[in-house]
Design a protein around this ligand. Structure first.
Ligand code: 15L
Length: 268
């Protein structure tokens, strides 16, 4: 059944902004939450704007009131210091799940990331399977692993449906060679979220989030089992992308997040 009220955290971010129109459905109210400003609803747009932080448990519990599902996107989108990652990326996922439990919101879709398993070797043939064991490449990746673990806990202990999307590179179009494997188009991202929102009784799932890329590294079996039918393929941009840099990161699926250069930028 299509959820009627969907709360989206991090709604002013890049993915959140791209999902605003794409997640709109007749009969659906989108409740968009962020601390950053967002465009006011246009005439006829069934949208509520909530200016609040995803780490504020009281505000999140109020925002979950009457919601059928939460799509949790709020996060620093790349590597940061440990304190910043704990303060937003880890804390917000706990708060979202706990707020959903308190408010009786039955389903949470969590934007996990390929960086939860970034230190998995690139497959020389075939694809990396679903549910591959965590091998985070950064504190950012650790937060995604932690979010998946919290999702598992809130499913097993409290019965929430929790779908974790190990998103590849979600953007307008692929810009480098790695993204020919890892790209998730905005349209396919919306399709994957929709499948995650409407699959009957999904329980706890971890699925890869990429388009139907000819050179894809990751299994789409579990995502397709939810009902996801991707339509885009990064190959369409193959003659327009930058070549892959020749460094350590290129051995692993997490790409430049695995490079030791990050250590200079982010003191450990
Ligand atoms: C992510 O999870 C990040 O949010 C984004 O900045 C990209 O680096 C992406 O993964 C990717 O792996 O391309």
């Amino acid at each position: 059944m299509m959820p009627e009220t969907v709360l989206v955290t991090g709604a002013a971010g890049k993915i959140g902004t791209a999902m605003r129109n794409r997640m709109a459905r007749s009969g659906r109210l989108l409740r968009l939450l962020d601390i950053a400003p967002m465009a006011e609803p246009a005439d006829g747009e069934a949208i509520e704007i909530v200016c609040a932080s995803a780490v504020d448990l009281d505000a999140m519990t109020r925002a979950c009131d009457g919601a059928d599902a939460v799509v949790h996107l709020a996060s620093h989108a790349a590597e940061r210091s440990w304190d910043e990652i704990v303060g937003l990326n880890i804390q917000s996922t706990y708060v979202v799940l706990e707020a959903a439990r308190r408010a009786g919101t039955p389903r949470v879709v969590f934007a996990s990331s390929n960086h939860a398993v970034g230190f998995c070797a690139k497959p020389s043939s075939g694809v990396v399977g679903d549910y591959v064991f965590p091998r985070p490449d950064t504190y950012y990746g650790v937060a995604k692993v932690t979010g998946e673990a919290l999702g598992s806990l809130y499913h097993d202990r409290y019965g929430l449906d929790v779908i974790c999307l190990r998103i590849g590179s979600c953007r307008e179009r692929p810009v480098d060679e790695r993204m020919l494997a890892t790209w998730l188009s905005y349209d396919d991202c919306a399709r994957l979220i929709e499948a995650s929102l409407s699959a009957p009784d999904p329980g706890f799932r971890v699925v890869w989030g990429i388009s139907d890329n000819t050179r894809g590294w990751w299994s789409l079996d579990e995502a397709r089992a939810l009902g996801y039918e991707p339509r885009d393929d990064a190959e369409a941009y193959a003659d327009q992308v930058r070549p892959a840099p020749d460094d350590l990161g290129e051995r692993y699926v997490g790409g430049e997040f695995c490079s030791s250069e990050l250590d200079a930028e982010i003191p450990r």
